[in-house]
Design a protein around this ligand. Sequence first.
Ligand code: NDP
Length: 334
Amino acid sequence: MKNVHMSLEGGHTLALECLLANGCDDLNATAIADRMIQAEGDLCHSHGLFRLPWYASGVKSGRANGKARPKVEQLAPAVIRVDGDGGFAPLGQEVGHQPLVDCARKNGIAALAFVNMFHIAAMWPEVEKLAMDGLCALACTASYPYVAPAGGIKALYGTNPIGFAWPRPDGPPLVFDQASSSMARGEIQIAARDGHDVPETAGIGPDGEATTDPNVVLAGAQLGFGGYKGASLAMMVELLAGPLIGEFLSVEALEDDGGAGGPPKGGELMLALDPTRFGDADGFLARGEKLFTEILAQDGTRLPGARRFVHREKTGASGFEIPESLHETILGLM
Ligand code: NDP
């Protein structure tokens, strides 16, 4: 497989031009391109330019609003809603960030419900940004039915990621961001594209039988990580990012798509906690560091998020690569 090398700036320009050519305005295209190149910079290819055809087709088909103007509304003293105006999540998240920070500082805790938007991105950018502002943050979203409930064989839950971030005194925050499925769907799609096997824990075929063939998993159902425990977390995310905030369950998002194969429409719930308001304003940072020091004192450990931060330092200077086939697909969209 041949690759095309590009700088972060070059990748950003490519994404921007492709989104503009497919019906996004500058504000929306820039917010999406920023997120995508942030992912490439952290070597999270499954949320980088790989997603561009999906974003572009979502706008071109008229399902997603490429000229969205998200609106912020205060529903309760500690509850904010951002209506994404039918656009993609990155712009809504930009618009909702500061109101959520302000609300969490005022109340000690605040929730933000994102509704009426298309979400196909990673969770770490938004929780990391909140932790950079000194807050502890949690975010989750649902998608399309890809994951079978525990014991079942039919896909019902999204791969439903959960992102968490904790502020640190020096350097970037502690961040983990993980699907509640055994593997993120994008990783399985990339394995299918590149002809690699996936672990048997990734999913089952339509007959419920174990398989390592990514194409068979894509036709069947993914599995939650750690069996029923991951499946329960996926169920929790369905409830928090769906019914709690008046948004779609993953199965409803698929019905809404009507077989068009576009990106999933749905919600995202974010929680922000101000650690200075929970009774140990002077001590929480040091106690957190104590935990991280103890973790890292053990051989074989690393902190979640560390891989991304190491790559971030490098990719800024050296750029990144995408498969030539993806590059050609993107050029063909313009
Ligand atoms: P991974 O399994 O690759 O990683 C999950 C988390 O575990 C990361 O924070 C990672 O940190 C951390 N981690 C990995 N290895 C170790 C280790 N040895 N020690 C400590 N921590 C470790 O992620 P997933 O495949 O589950 O998800 C990938 C992305 O896909 C996520 O960003 C998620 O939000 C996104 N996603 C989005 C969906 C959507 O519908 N919008 C659906 C599902 C997933 P590090 O980054 O440093 O490796």
